[in-house]
Design a protein. Structure first.
Length: 175
C-alpha cells in the first residue's frame, strides 16, 4: 500500500480503505460459500424452487450471523466491551456483503420458479456468475497493483480457479 493514501485510486481515508477491504473480503468469502451451496443444490434431485430459495437465504443469513457474532466476540475480547454505536454500525456495514451474495442466486431461482428455466440451470448459472465475479475481482486487483492487462487476466484466472476449488471442496464436504 502506498505510504501516501492520497495516491490511492479509491477510498482515501485509512479507515475507508480498511472497511472497503473487509467488505470485499466478506463478499468474496460469501461468493465462494454461495457457489458451494448452489452447486450442492444443483446435484440434488429432491430440491424444488422453494427449498432452493430457503436454503440459499438460510445459508446467507447463517454466514452473516456467524460473522457478526465472531466480530462482536472479537471486539469484546480485544476492547473489553461490546461494540455499540459507531463500532456496531461499522460491524454491520462490513458484514452486509455476506447477505448480498444471496441476491443473484435468489433472482435466478425466482426465474426458475416462474418456469423460464429449469432449476438446475438457474443454480448452475448462478455458480458461473459467481465464478465470473471472482475472475473480475482478481482482474481488478491485478490492474490496481499495476501489473497491466496480462497480469490482471492471470490474477483473474487464478482467483476464479482458487475460488472454484474451495467451493468444490466445500460442496463435496456437504457445507
Amino acid at each position: 500500500m502506498p505510504e501516501d493514501l492520497d495516491d490511492v485510486d479509491g477510498p482515501q481515508d485509512v479507515e475507508d480503505v480498511e472497511a472497503a477491504t473487509e467488505r470485499l473480503k466478506e463478499r468474496i468469502y460469501a461468493t465462494i460459500t454461495m457457489i458451494s451451496v448452489v452447486v450442492g443444490l444443483s446435484a440434488s434431485d429432491e430440491v424444488d424452487e422453494v427449498g432452493a430459495a430457503a436454503t440459499i437465504a438460510t445459508a446467507a443469513l447463517g454466514v452473516w450471523l456467524a460473522a457478526l457474532v465472531a466480530d462482536q466476540q472479537a471486539h469484546h475480547t480485544v476492547a473489553g466491551r461490546l461494540a455499540t454505536g459507531r463500532e456496531l454500525r461499522r460491524l454491520l456495514h462490513v458484514s452486509s456483503p455476506l447477505l448480498l451474495a444471496a441476491v443473484g442466486p435468489l433472482i435466478l431461482v425466482g426465474v426458475a420458479a416462474i418456469g423460464a428455466m429449469p432449476l438446475t440451470t438457474a443454480l448452475l448459472t448462478s455458480a458461473v456468475v459467481d465464478i465470473a465475479a471472482l475472475f473480475g475481482w482478481g482482474c481488478l486487483g491485478g490492474l490496481r497493483m499495476g501489473g497491466g492487462l496480462p497480469t490482471a487476466l492471470i490474477a483473474g484466472v487464478v482467483d476464479a480457479a482458487i475460488g472454484t476449488a474451495v467451493a468444490t471442496v466445500k460442496a463435496l464436504a456437504g457445507h
